[in-house]
Design a protein around this ligand. Sequence first.
Ligand code: ZN
Ligand code: ZN
Length: 105
Amino acid sequence: MPTVACSRCDHEWDLAYELDELAAGNRAVEQFAMDHERHTGHYPDGVTPWIADCRVCPDGSRFLAERPARRFARTHARHTGHPVDLSKPDADVTETVSEEKRTDK
Ligand SMILES: [Zn+2]
Ligand SMILES: [Zn+2]
């Protein structure tokens, strides 16, 4: 049985609920981490999210996978023209996603 620990909560959980009730399968850890963040405001140990953060407006979100994080950044930039900073987990690199410059003058 996979377990997840959180040192901030000083607690450890097994993922029986995620596996049985939510049928989360191999996404059980991800599901647990998202639920944990939703209810406590932080992620359990060993889980570092992608952070997408708009430079212009307060919009932004956190994601546990690259694809949805990139999708959020790209669609936000596309629809608003705002550059979005995308921070990768486990790296001090932030890349900026912005809409392609229009060529009309
Ligand atoms: Zn916690
Ligand atoms: Zn924005």
